[in-house]
Write a protein that binds this ligand. Structure first.
Ligand code: WTA
Length: 656
């Protein structure tokens, strides 16, 4: 039986109350959205968002540059907070937060912030930023654990028109410095530390280290930083530098809780989020105000079928785009209750998620396939210990979900009653692009199914022509949409080259895909040199340059190999400088070196030392071949262009 024939029809009871009740209704709205996109988006923007000034033109499009709701003004924090203050939502929980349980088993701290309380905190902190000289258009780096203050800091930036760039707490000092340098940030918001599996992640220490890193020109990478605001989370010893470092709790005592929102141009930058590409350093993906918020809001409501009494939990860290759109902006713009959890899924025991779901009566869970595969491995006894009957919808994101994991999620976690939305999207797309509509779209394990309203994806060949049904090709998007990235910070040429040059006039996703006979999309994964390791995007070039920055390394090539748990694992082939000997100690050193340069997520799973790397006559590393070696496959295909056959033998030998 083909996978696509295992269709799971929407549950009738679910459909009755869902926002989109049938496939026919979805198709009708979808058709309108594609045939008259400007009419469609104009209407949505009017209905969904509060504007302080109406727009003159819905879309101004000259590939690759889109402007949405041109001339319109609004403020994101008003749309997430103020608009609810005169409604019943004012006293509803906006954020439910749970900290990591202590090592001794003491339950984690809990905090609930209503919309009114969150509004107050945001206004206070916005005034702190102002006091520290941050104004409209300034960039602010946020490097925090998963605590409510991460959302508060983001919204406070939005309130005064500052542009935030959140850096995942698992990234290194070097990554912080690189991002400050690229964005020209004026301030960093961080914490003394964050709790992770019983230990403290030394965030402030990393910031201190970042603040002394110099570039190749011997100048500080972080010269633009004027202040560092530090949240006290762990109580660990840190150093505070006078006139540069300020405690969050001291600062908010000195300011007023009244902070008028800055009316922002619809196209004003809202945030920059760095993500790996196939070449060079991570690129700063730029999202703007009106279009992004509209898209985040609509996708959250329709894809998760948000209802007023839902307790919604997206387990992503705010350091990733999923945390931006589906922990903070999307849920809050809808007046929903968003749960935030600080710790790891298996700390102190592998039932942390199920424990949280049972206690908070979580009704919507959105997580990554890599987590689901880990839960499968840990065993069914952990979820079975808890009452998961509050769940009514499940989602996945970040990588293709294998059918076994889908079925397990559906059966063990969803009790066979919860629809699963497998959502395909990217940092660049701002929000979910291909997804089932729960209650309307029959689902099938492993397919993200159909496009969201207004989205026109297509699978194309090398020439950019649509391929036949069931043939593989590159996934592109043919029409602009409000949530799309507006550029790469400071690099318009790279923006053009990476996304708009592969297939002229269309957005190139970097993913491969096929469409089945039902028109469902099956995402195969990246077709560029970007790997997806446990749902995290890692550019092979970035890891390679981290490796060669170690004094012992001459050359490095990084490829992926399939991994049962993480989807893909990182394998590095390394040649050493003359006189340096390969050893297990060196392997450890190199892994730690990558951890220091980028962050623990980028540490290679395997390092293999080789005499030299296989190259074509033109000097290009033969990655295809290395991938096969890494996966333990027999070498296939034409190897006659190899410079040196002995190299191959050598590689296969080190394999043993
Ligand atoms: C992959 C995460 C298959 C894909 C939101 C994409 C997926 C990259 C899915 C973006 C899915 C994301 N099925 N693959 N449902 N969702 N991907 O920027 O390769 O961290 O290009 O955004 O993740 O990763 P990013």
């Amino acid at each position: 039986m083909l996978n696509e024939e295992r269709l799971f029809p929407p549950d009738k009871e679910f459909s009755k109350r869902a926002h989109i009740k049938s496939l026919a209704q979805y198709r009708k709205i979808y058709k309108e959205s594609i045939e008259s996109p400007e009419v469609f988006w104009d209407k949505q923007a009017r209905n969904e968002l509060v504007w302080s000034q109406p727009w003159k033109k819905t879309l101004q499009w000259k590939a690759p540059n889109a402007k949405w709701f041109v001339g319109g003004k609004l403020n994101v924090s008003v749309n997430c907070l103020d608009r609810y203050l005169d409604t019943a939502t004012a006293n509803k929980a906006a954020l439910i937060w749970e900290g990591e349980p202590a090592t001794n088993g003491t339950p984690g701290e809990e905090r609930v912030l209503t919309y009114r309380q969150l509004h107050r905190e945001v206004c206070l902190f916005a005034n702190v930023l102002k006091k520290r000289g941050i104004t409209k258009g300034d960039r602010v780096l946020i490097y925090l654990p998963m605590v409510p203050e991460a959302a508060i800091a983001m919204l406070a930036c939005a309130r005064i028109g500052a542009v935030h760039s959140v850096v995942f707490g698992g990234f290194s000092a070097q990554s912080v410095a690189d991002r400050v340098f690229d964005s020209g940030a004026k301030a960093i918001i961080t914490a003394d530390g964050g709790f992770r599996r019983g230990s403290v992640v030394p965030l402030k220490q990393n910031v201190d280290d970042a603040l002394v890193i110099k570039g190749a020109d011997k100048k500080l990478l972080t010269a633009t930083i004027e202040s560092v605001i530090v949240l006290q989370r762990c109580g660990n010893q840190i150093s505070m530098k006078a006139n540069r470092d300020f405690w969050w709790h001291d600062e908010i005592k000195t300011v007023s809780p009244v902070c008028p929102p800055e009316p922002m141009d619809s196209e004003a930058p809202l945030f920059i989020l760095y993500t790996s590409g196939s070449t060079g350093k991570p690129k700063g993906i730029l999202h703007t105000t009106g279009g992004y918020l509209l898209y985040a809001k609509m996708t959250t409501r329709y894809v998760f079928d948000l209802q007023d009494n839902d307790v919604y939990w997206c387990t992503a860290d705010v350091g990733w785009v999923t945390g931006h759109s589906y922990v903070v902006y999307g849920p809050l713009a809808n007046g929903a209750t968003s749960l935030i959890y600080e710790g790891a899924p298996n700390w102190p025991e592998p039932d942390r998620f199920w424990n949280i779901i049972a206690r908070h009566r979580v009704s919507i869970l959105y997580t990554a396939p890599t987590a689901i595969r880990a839960f499968m491995k840990w065993g069914i006894e952990w979820p079975k210990k808890h009452d998961l009957s509050s769940l009514r919808l499940l989602g996945t994101v970040g990588e293709p979900i294998n059918p076994e994991a889908w079925i397990w999620y559906h059966t063990v976690i969803g009790g066979k009653r919860c629809p699963i939305v497998d959502t395909w999207w990217q940092t660049e797309t701002g929000g979910i692009m291909i997804t089932p509509m729960p209650g309307a779209t029959p689902t099938t394990p492993g397919s993200a199914t159909l496009p969201f309203f207004g989205i026109l994806p297509e699978v194309v060949d090398e020439q950019g022509n649509a391929v036949e049904k069931n043939s593989g090709g590159k996934l592109v998007v043919r029409k602009p949409w409000p949530g799309m990235l507006r550029g790469i910070w400071g690099d318009p040429q790279r923006f053009q080259d990476v996304y708009w040059s592969e297939v002229k006039g269309s957005y190139f996703t970097g993913d491969g895909s096929r469409q089945d006979k039902n028109g469902y999309f099956w995402i195969v994964g990246r077709i560029d040199d970007v790997l997806n390791v446990a749902g995290h995007r890692i550019g092979t070039a970035e890891v390679e340059s981290a490796l060669v920055s170690n004094q012992n390394v001459a050359e490095a090539a990084v490829v992926g190999r399939p991994d049962d748990l993480k989807g893909q694992a990182l394998v590095a082939f390394v040649t050493l400088k003359s006189g340096i000997k390969a050893s297990p100690e060196l392997m450890v050193e190199l892994r730690n070196h990558v951890g220091k340069e980028i962050g623990p997520v980028a540490k290679p799973d395997d390092i293999r030392f080789a005499e030299s790397l296989p190259k074509t006559r033109s000097g290009k590393i033969m990655r295809r071949l290395l991938k096969q070696v890494a996966s333990g496959l027999e070498i296939k295909g034409d190897t006659t262009t190899l410079e040196d056959f002995a190299v191959l033998a050598q590689l296969t030998k080190t394999d043993e």
